[in-house]
Design a protein around this ligand. Structure first.
Ligand code: ACO
Length: 372
C-alpha cells in the first residue's frame, strides 16, 4: 500500500545538519544556532561560512573568506551581453535565472560541486541583478567593489553610491534571516537536480524557477501591492473582509510548517519599524492585527500567522529596493542555503526519484493515426 502525500507534506526525504524548523514552537536554527542570535550578532558572510563549512569563522578566517567571496563578484562580459539582449521589461527573476545560466555556461567549472562554486554563485547574484536593473534604467552596469561587505556591495551596485550603515545592516539582517529554511520547495528542487549528479549551476537555475512562484518567494511584492491597495488603516477591515469573502489568500500569511509565529517575522517587524516610514509601518501592523483576527475567526483550526514575506516587503521597501527586486534579493540570500544543500546531498547521494499513483485508463485499443 503506497500512501499519497499531496504536496509531500510531512514526508522526510533527507537528513540535514543545516537548518531546523520547529514549526510548533516557532523556532529556527542554523547549524545549532538560534536564528535571532545570528540575526543580531553575525554578518551574512559569517552565516554563509557556517552553512557551507559547518562552523563560524574566527576573525582571520572571516577576513580570508570575505576576500575570496569578493574575488568572485565580477561576471564575464558574455553574461552582461546576455542581460543586454533581454527586453528591459523582462521580469527580474527571469533575468536572474537566465544570467545564472549564462554564468554557469561561460564559467564552466569542471569537477564535483565545491564551496568555491558556491562562493562564485553567491558572489555574482547581486552583480547580475544590479547590472540588469541599471541597464533597464538606461545606465551602465558598474564594477563590484571588493572593499564592501556583501550587502553593502549589492546596494552600491544598484545605486552607484556606498550605502549608509543603517541600510547595509538592515539588508544584511534580511539576508541572514532568509539564507536557509529546511527543505522548502526551491531547496528541494536544488537537491533533486544535484541528486542526478548535474552541475551546481543547474541546481541553482532550477531553484530560482521554483522560488519565483507566489506560493513561495514571489509573495513580498504582492504584500506591498496589498498594503498599497488598502492605503490607510481605516480601509483595512473592509478590504480584508472582501478579500477573504472572495476566497483570496492573503499574501504574507500562512506557512506549511509554522503553526506559531515565524521567528524571522519578529526580527523583521522590529527592523521594519526602523527602516520604513512610520505611516507605512503603522498600516502594516494594523493589517497584520486585523488579518490574524479574521483568519482565526474564519479558520479556527488552522493557526495562521504572518510568514517571513510580510515584513520582508516593508524592510526591502525601506532599504530602497524596487518592488520587483524583492524576490531576486531573496534568491541572492537563499543561494547560500541552496548550495549548502547541494554539497550536503552529494556527501551521501542517492538519486531522488519518487513515485506517482497512476490514475489514468488502461487497456485502450491503439488506432493508427489515419483511422482516428
Ligand atoms: N490567506 C487565507 N487563507 C489561507 C492562507 C492565506 N494566506 N494560507 C492558508 N490559508 C488557508 C487555506 O485557504 C486553507 O484552508 P482550506 O483548507 O479551508 O482551503 C488552510 O488555510 C490551509 O492552507 P494550505 O493550503 O493547506 O496550506 P499550505 O501549507 O499548503 O500553504 C502557503 C502554505 C502556500 C504558504 C499558504 O499559506 C499561502 O498560500 N499563503 C499566501 C502566499 C504566501 O504568503 N507565500 C509565501 C510563503 S513563505 C515562503 O515561501 C518564503
Amino acid at each position: 500500500m503506497v500512501q499519497l502525500a499531496k504536496g509531500l507534506e510531512g514526508v522526510v526525504v533527507a537528513d540535514t545538519a543545516l537548518s531546523h524548523i520547529d514549526g510548533e514552537n516557532g523556532r529556527l536554527i542554523y547549524c545549532g544556532y538560534e536564528i535571532a542570535d545570528l540575526a543580531h550578532g553575525a554578518s551574512f558572510e559569517e552565516v554563509a561560512h557556517l552553512l557551507w563549512l559547518g562552523h563560524l569563522p574566527n576573525r582571520a578566517d572571516l577576513a580570508e573568506f570575505r576576500s575570496r567571496l569578493a574575488g568572485h563578484r565580477p561576471v564575464p562580459g558574455a553574461v552582461i551581453d546576455t542581460l543586454r539582449a533581454l527586453p528591459t521589461t523582462a521580469e527580474p527573476m527571469d533575468v536572474l535565472r537566465t544570467g545564472v545560466s549564462a554564468l554557469a555556461a561561460s564559467r564552466h567549472a569542471p569537477g564535483p560541486a565545491s564551496v568555491e562554486h558556491a562562493l562564485s554563485l553567491t558572489a555574482t547574484m547581486p552583480t547580475i541583478v544590479a547590472a540588469f536593473d541599471r541597464l533597464r534604467r538606461g545606465l551602465k552596469p558598474i564594477e563590484p567593489r571588493a572593499d564592501l561587505s556583501h550587502a553593502a556591495n549589492y546596494l552600491y551596485l544598484l545605486s552607484g553610491e556606498a550605502p549608509s550603515d543603517q541600510r547595509t545592516r538592515a539588508l544584511d539582517t534580511y539576508l541572514i534571516l532568509t539564507a536557509d529554511h529546511g527543505l522548502n520547495a526551491s531547496t528541494f528542487t536544488a537537491r533533486v537536480i544535484a541528486s542526478t549528479l548535474s552541475d551546481m549551476g543547474s541546481s541553482i537555475v532550477g531553484a530560482i524557477g521554483a522560488l519565483k512562484g507566489p506560493l513561495h518567494g514571489g509573495a513580498p511584492a504582492l504584500v506591498l501591492d496589498m498594503l498599497r491597495s488598502i492605503g490607510k488603516p481605516e480601509n483595512a477591515e473592509a478590504w480584508l473582509t472582501a478579500a477573504l469573502d472572495r476566497g483570496d489568500r492573503l499574501m504574507g500569511f500562512g506557512h506549511r510548517v509554522y503553526k506559531a509565529e515565524d521567528p524571522r517575522s519578529k526580527v523583521l517587524r522590529a527592523l521594519a519599524e526602523r527602516t520604513s516610514e512610520i505611516d507605512f509601518f503603522r498600516l502594516a501592523v494594523r493589517v497584520e492585527d486585523l488579518a490574524l483576527q479574521m483568519l482565526h475567526e474564519r479558520k479556527p483550526d488552522r493557526r495562521l500567522y504572518t510568514n517571513v514575506e510580510f515584513y520582508s516587503a516593508a524592510v526591502m521597501h525601506g532599504v530602497g529596493l524596487p518592488d520587483d527586486l524583492f524576490t531576486p534579493t531573496f534568491a541572492a540570500s537563499r543561494v547560500v542555503g541552496w548550495t549548502a544543500h547541494v554539497l550536503e546531498q552529494l556527501k551521501d547521494n542517492r538519486l531522488i526519484r519518487p513515485a506517482a499513483e497512476y490514475v489514468g485508463p488502461t487497456g485502450l485499443t491503439f488506432i493508427p493515426v489515419d483511422r482516428r
